[in-house]
Design a binder for this molecule. Sequence first.
Ligand SMILES: [Fe+2]
Length: 391
Amino acid sequence: MALTQHQPSSSISIPRDIFPDGLKTTGQHPPLPEHIHPFEKFPTEITGPTVWKPEEYRDNPEKWTHQFTEAEIEELSVAADEFLRNKIPMTGISKSNFPLPNLSTRLHELRSDLLDGKGFILFKGFPVEKWGNHKSAIAYMGLGTYLGYFVSQNSRGHVLGHVKDLGEDPTQIDSVRIYRTNARQFFHADDSDIVGLLCIHRAREGGESDLVSSHHVYNVLAKERPDVLKTLTEPIWYFDRKGETSKGQEEYIKTSVVYLERGENPRVYTKWDPYYVRSLTRFSDAGIIPPLSAAQVEALEVLEATCNRVKLHMILEVGDIQFLANSHVLHARTAYVDHAPPTPRRHLMRLWLATPENEGGWKLPFWDSNEKKRGGIQVDDQAPVAPLDAE
Ligand SMILES: [Fe+2]
């Protein structure tokens, strides 16, 4: 039986033969209307550790980089070997079957810094070449379980994503996910609380990473273009599901771009991807939804331009893992060109991790804020899979 959309998972039984860890990704939803607030309720300025300028970090990589120690790699290696010996499906990985007695302390601190601090970190020295894709994927997913619950990233149930150019046409933006192309990505957030990228192979050129504190961007806009900020807080934006739609769902979600958390002292939460907003002409041309207004088009251009002024540039080397918090960091990547065969193409393994509200995550304005696997992309009862390469 297909599970309906708005049932807390505690009230229903999740079929273990489909979802080995007993948890199902909840997917994307419009916000609850009572949690959409007028612009006047938003702060005039955001302060605290989530607000940062690139100058603070550009020449100080030690503030955001952690080189894995030999002992940490050994701990990950032992846990991954044991997991392999136990023949547990990768989609069943959890803290309990992937023990990290020492590294877990550091990961716990990192999780706080991701959720409530600057919102990003770069790990270096994951031995992907020595371990190969299978063991690397297990160690990476196992490490990820200490930051959040992995969620499905597409309609096929991929909980281990592969960012790779599959030759799909990036101009077909209503059906093609840009991570499967070599096209540039504008500043956006992924559909999860945390996103991880593990670099397996680099491109010949390009494919470099940029990130911004969306709270700093907010402050810049509040000073320079409050009209743009106001447009971004209005629930007038349609986001495409790009066909990754469960039975009974609309093909798009009507929502705002900038929200407030629920409860006391709400933080500003940003959820944005211009590709998903621009791809809906098949519905606006047919008169089903309104086209973007002039104010919306200007808002998305000003947002992108502002991000470009305050971005931190980062290059992922083989064996690097970047983790970002989508709540208050936006990211982009440059277009790239792959090496000619037989040199492997650019390949990043991607994790989308969920951090439910009752485990320290943000108080989101969605019905599933307390669900362990909140967010992500789930189509009907598609089972999770963790392929070792793009498919
Ligand atoms: Fe992304």
